[in-house]
Every structure is written in C-alpha cells, then in structure tokens.
Design a protein around this ligand. Structure first.
Ligand code: F6P
Length: 540
C-alpha cells in the first residue's frame, strides 16, 4: 500500500472510530437510502457499516491514490498485469456478450476463439442433453462426473448446486476433486459406467490429484465395459494443454480449450463450466454470462462512489487494516448457495494471500483475510454466538433473495425474517438498560447485553437466477481485484501452493519406496515410519 493510500486509510479510520451505528442512524434518517447501491439485479445496503460520508470520502481517495481506475482499464484491455507469470488477466472476455466486442492480447483479438469455444460447448451439451451423444453401449448419459480440483472444481461444483432449479434432473452432476480415494470410490458407487460421462478438467492437465483420479476412473470404466475403445465415448477434456490431453488418450476433437489468460479460480465462465452447461443447458449458461457481464460493465463504468465491488472492497480494507479484522463471514440465506463460501475461499485467499508487494518487498499491512461461512439459519445455531458476543471483530456479508424457488408454507418468510433480524441485532445490539427495562435480573444483565456495532453488508436480489448468480460471482471477483490493487500485490498468481506440491513428491517416494531410511525431517520421518509399519512396509 503506498504512502498516500496509508494516509487516506488513517484518516478514514480516525473518522470512523468512536462512531456507533445507533448514533449514525439516529442522526440521519436518510442513511439507509444514502448507503444503498444497485447493480446487475443486486441491491447492496451497506448502511450498517461504521462509515459516514466523510469516512467513505477518505476510502474513495485511497482507491484513487492506488490508481484504481487505470488498473481496471489495464485488466479489461488485456495488459499483462499478472506479471510474475507474464500473463494477461481476461476472464471478463469470457462473458463479454457483446457480439461486436473485440478484446486484444498482444495485438490478437481473442473474442472469435471465445465465441467458437462457447458454440462448441453448446453443441456438445445439447447432444448430451438430448441423448444424441450416447455411451459406448448405446445408452444415454445420466451421470456427468467432473474430475478437477481448485478452480477446475470449485466453480462448477458451487454453481451446479446454486442453479439446481434450472438443471435437467435426469442428468446428475458429480464432482471428484480430492485425491483421497474415498471421493472417487463413493462417486463411482453412485453411477453406472455405461451411462457416465467423465469430464477431466485441468488447465495444465498435470495436476497430481486430477490426473490420478482421471487415470483411476479410466481403468474403472475400461474394466467395467471391457473395451479400451469405450474411453472415446465416456471421456472429454477441458484444458489449455492439448498435448497432455492427447497423451492421456482423449481425442482433441473432444477437448474444450481455454487460455493462459484465464486464471483457474476465475474459470467458471470458460469451458471449465462444461458440466454446468450440460446440467442447466446452454441458454441458462449464456444467461449466467450475461449476469457476469452486467456486473463487469457496472464495475468498469460506475463512479467509485456508486460502484458495488469498489465499495465492498474498500469497506473490507477499512476493517482488515483499520480494525484488525482477521476474517470475514459470508452468510448466504439460501441453501442453493451452500458452496459459495468454499468457492470464495479460493477466489479471495489464493488471490490475495500474499506477503510481498509488487516490488517483492514485504507488505506493510495485512492483506487477504480469511473467508468463511455457512448458509443461514444453520450458522445461527452454531457460530453466531461469537459474532454477537465474542471478542473478535468479524464483518459479515449477508446474502439473500426476496423470492424462493421452493415456496413451502411460510418457510421462506421465516428464513428472511432471520436474515433481516440478524443484521439488526449485530448493528444495534441491546444495552444493559434495555435488558433491565425488560426485567432481566441484575445478575444476568452482563450476559444478556449485546454490544452491537458489528458491521454487515446486506446483498439482496429478487431471486437467484442464472443472471443474478453470475453477477454475484463477478461482484466478488472484482472486489478481490480492487483490494489487490490497493494493497499493491499480485492477485493472479499462486506461488504459495508450489512448495507443498514439490515436497509431497519426495514424501511419496519415502512412503512407497524400498528404502528404509527416509530423507525428511525427524518428525516427518517418524510419522512415515509409523505409516509404513501399519501397511507392513517395514523390513525387520
Ligand atoms: O492449487 C493451485 C492450482 O494451481 C489452482 O490455482 C488451480 O485452480 C488448481 O491448482 C488446479 O489446476 P489445474 O486446473 O491446472 O489442474
């Protein structure tokens, strides 16, 4: 974070501290209206934050001091802003629905390839959905198993739950990611080989977990169907690495490509979304892209003061760097968004979990926070106690919709009553005097008092549709981007995941090899010995 940003943040913190939400609301009856924004089908009420016009003014000045406007344009126009990997960052091109749009990387328009891949995905999805594409024995595809991990899993896995109401119920989507054999084994128990299509999804097509699972699935299929030729009808690939795909034995005719300028955690709207497209159909998939694109346009063009990703990002920085918040909670009051926080963990923590700035120097302040959450109301009966009365400061995003896809009695009204009430309780709490006025015995007053003043954002849409879903994902993508710009870190690389991968290779050879002496540290060696003993790999 540069000195000018630091100075503005400091002013924002000074202006913010000591203010209570009770006072802020009492002082300004128009506060809720003033601190509410709309974009791409979502309303953001951020009035229950520890801010006023003055605080927001300093936060906006901080964004300007970071050169945010320039950075946004550099991303949208295909500059190589992912400098440590020397790549452009153009996930926004994947959902650019303008038929005339051109987006250049190194002088080449990428949009024709983007459109061509989408058309190929569409053609293939329709074949699978209508039964034109059949398995080796002539049976219709009833199960799609996406094998991938990280960005090649979390996006489609989260979206296929989120958009269940739009799915073709006769085709079930499964997601295998973990190299724990249980994940694959339990999935294979639930499917029939002759009716199953495997999508091997991996940008690099070298990721150990994915390739090991894909090889095991291929052996299972060949063994069950008794013919190696079956692979062609039951395996397709999504990757940027054509040679690796061929080496695995998948015809590149059945490969759907994407490009090095699509980061794994930003790849849901690319061919990585193939399983989702098969499930919800190309029309709904394109509606999702439209939703993404509406939020993209809003982010690129709205003034910072009215810009939803910018506002969310700056509030996050205020709390991370001004109030010492270590985490934020994402609390969707929608069962269909049950995988959202897992998805956001990769998006946010892999992007902004960085400790050096763009010059390779240690950062001067905390960067990406820990992201966590569970759908409401379940969380209320688990961890909300800490949110209300714990010693930690945890800003929260509450996400909900006015209409449910499943109207059952008054259940949705009850859900939403909790949704609205929780942000109220967090903001305004309950004073000792209020407790007393309710007749709470004096000895219990300290326990029944709620401090309040705990900030929340409320995101509300009419309904969770492919459009609003796409817009929501784009909102968080851009929020993470803005924070990376202010912190002056590289948000699009992930070198931190490499060391563990490399070490695992050495440990694997110690676990399985003939050698009885191991090359790790004393603790790890002892654990390896214990493991090998149980498996009878210890020579006496
Ligand atoms: O975990 C590191 C990572 O590189 C992620 O960034 C990525 O989403 C995941 O591995 C999977 O990579 P691939 O799609 O190449 O298999």
């Amino acid at each position: 974070m540069n000195d000018e940003c630091k100075a503005e943040l400091q002013k924002a913190v000074e202006a913010s501290k000591g203010k209570t939400l009770r006072e802020l609301f009492a002082k300004d009856p128009a506060r809720a209206r003033k601190f509410t924004l709309s974009a791409a089908g979502w309303t953001l009420d951020y009035s229950k934050n520890l801010v006023d016009r003055q605080v927001m003014g300093h936060l906006m000045a901080m964004a300007r001091a970071a050169g945010l406007a320039v950075e946004i344009e550099r991303m949208f126009t295909g500059e190589r802003i992912n400098a440590t990997e020397n790549r452009a960052v153009l996930h926004t091109a994947l959902r650019n629905v303008d038929p005339e749009a051109q987006v250049f990387v190194d002088g080449r328009d990428v949009m024709p390839d983007v459109r061509k891949t989408l058309d190929r995905m569409e053609e293939f999805s329709i074949k699978v959905r209508t039964g034109k594409w059949r398995g080796f024995t002539g049976k219709r595809i009833r199960h799609v198993v996406n094998i991938g991990i990280g960005g090649s899993d979390l996006g489609p896995a989260m979206a296929s739950v989120a958009l269940t109401p739009y799915s073709k119920r006769s085709i079930k989507c499964h997601f295998v990611s973990n190299v724990d054999p249980t994940h694959l084994a339990e999935t294979l128990r639930a499917v029939k080989p002759a009716e199953t299509l495997f999508i091997v999804a991996s940008k690099t097509f070298t990721t150990q977990e994915t390739m090991s699972n894909a090889e095991a699935a291929r052996s299972w299929l060949v063994e069950r169907l008794g013919d190696r030729g079956a692979v062609a009808k039951h395996f397709v690939a999504v990757s940027t690495a054509a040679e690796e795909v061929e080496r695995f034995g998948i015809d590149t005719e059945n490969m759907f490509g994407f490009w090095d300028w699509v980061g794994g955690r930003y790849s849901l709207p690319s061919a990585i979304g193939l399983s989702l497209m098969i499930s919800i159909g190309p029309r709904n998939f394109r509606k999702m892209l439209k939703g993404y694109s509406r939020m993209d346009r809003h982010f690129r063009t709205a003034p910072f003061e009215r810009n939803m990703p910018v506002v969310l990002a700056l509030l996050g920085i205020l709390y991370s760097n001004g109030y010492g918040a270590q985490s934020y909670a994402v609390l969707p009051y929608d069962q269909y968004l049950s995988r959202l926080s897992a998805y956001l963990q990769q998006l946010d923590m892999e992007s902004n979990g960085k400790c050096v700035d763009k010059d390779g120097r240690p950062v001067c302040c905390d960067t990406g926070p820990v992201v966590w959450g569970e759908p409401g109301t379940n969380g209320q009966h688990a961890f909300y106690q800490l949110l209300h009365q714990g010693t930690r400061f945890v800003p929260c995003d509450f996400i909900g919709e006015c209409r449910t896809h499943n109207p059952v009695g008054d259940l949705h009204d009850k859900l939403m009553a909790n949704f609205f009430a929780q942000t109220q309780a967090l903001a305004f709490g309950k004073t000792a005097d209020e407790c007393r006025a309710e007749g709470v015995p004096e000895g219990l007053v300290p326990f029944k008092t709620f401090e309040g003043n705990r900030p929340t954002n409320t995101l509300l849409a009419d309904e969770l549709t492919p459009e609003t879903f796409g817009a929501l994902v784009a909102l968080y993508e851009h929020k993470v981007f803005v924070q990376g710009v202010v912190w002056n870190i590289y948000s699009f690389d992930q070198w931190g995941v490499q060391l563990g991968k490399v070490l695992a290779k050495g440990v694997l050879s110690d676990l399985t090899g003939e050698r009885q002496s191991f090359s790790q540290d004393a603790s790890t060696n002892a654990l390896i010995e214990r493991y090998r003993k149980v498996l009878g790999r210890t020579r006496r």
